[in-house]
Design a protein around this ligand. Sequence first.
Ligand SMILES: NC(=O)c1ccc[n+]([C@@H]2O[C@H](COP(=O)([O-])OP(=O)(O)OC[C@H]3O[C@@H](n4cnc5c(N)ncnc54)[C@H](OP(=O)(O)O)[C@@H]3O)[C@@H](O)[C@H]2O)c1
Length: 282
Amino acid sequence: MIVVTGATGQLGRLVIEQLKTKVPADHIVAAVRDPEKAAELGVEVREADYDRPETLNSALAGAQRLLLISGNEIGERVRQHTAVVTAARQAGVERVVYTSAPRADTTSLFLAPDHKATERMIRESGLPFTLLRNNWYTENYEEGIRQAARTGTYLGSADEGRVASAPRADYAAAAAVVLTTEGHGGRTYELAGDVAWSFPELAAAISAATGEEVAYRDVSAEDHRAALTTAGLADAVADLLVALDADQANGLLAETTGELKLLIGRPTTPLAETVRELVGRG
Ligand SMILES: NC(=O)c1ccc[n+]([C@@H]2O[C@H](COP(=O)([O-])OP(=O)(O)OC[C@H]3O[C@@H](n4cnc5c(N)ncnc54)[C@H](OP(=O)(O)O)[C@@H]3O)[C@@H](O)[C@H]2O)c1
């Protein structure tokens, strides 16, 4: 049996969809914080809240493989993930698969510390594991892409820094492969899109999709932050977005490894295709 946590999230839903194409639906369990949100997934649903360890033992009972989708509360995740891995050990899970971040053990990426600590905790647990170090989702740029399609300007502070993103569906397909096939124990996969792109190239892709002129406007981190807060974003969100652009400017997201393509057996989805879908011209 394969258990997927966070199965009502955007990535989790896609993983369940992919798994259903590979194994019978009654071999899949969606372990979720809010079972009501999972009714339409078409698989068994169990309650699993990272903050309520008492839900985790029953959620993982009988699990052979577990996909632990990282939580989204930065700073709380190591405690949450530890609760899940503790329950996985008690349940006798044969392999835990974890969604991590690029080069999590050595990078200076702003978002890496929770992932680095979780990876270490998983190694120390003694459970067989597979680490899926996912580069960024192309959909992370959805709001900026839509706004640029409306205004003709994509604003950022990443200069010409590149990001080897891929859409969530590509990472979900890789997770489904790793959960349903052999030979992945102890492996760490650096998963990324086949092509690393820059914001000027993103602006060109938006322009091609809409048929309208779109330009990238690079600003200082300070001006970027001010523009985001003026647009109504909370300070913490603006800080995060500016930090992510700095990581991109510094080349921390630019590595194209080819490992995602190898796992899914096809090229990753090109930026232009996702942009067309996001602006409704796909
Ligand atoms: N590589 C990237 O570019 C990137 C970008 C953003 C995030 N991430 C990471 O990848 C994960 C999956 O991405 P996503 O786009 O699917 O994010 P998402 O849509 O926000 O999904 C996060 C999932 O985590 C679940 N969750 C949060 N706190 C929980 C808790 N206390 N107990 C149980 N479940 C909990 C959520 O449950 P509910 O459905 O009940 O809300 C949701 O299903 C994120 O959580 C984050 O760690 C990666």
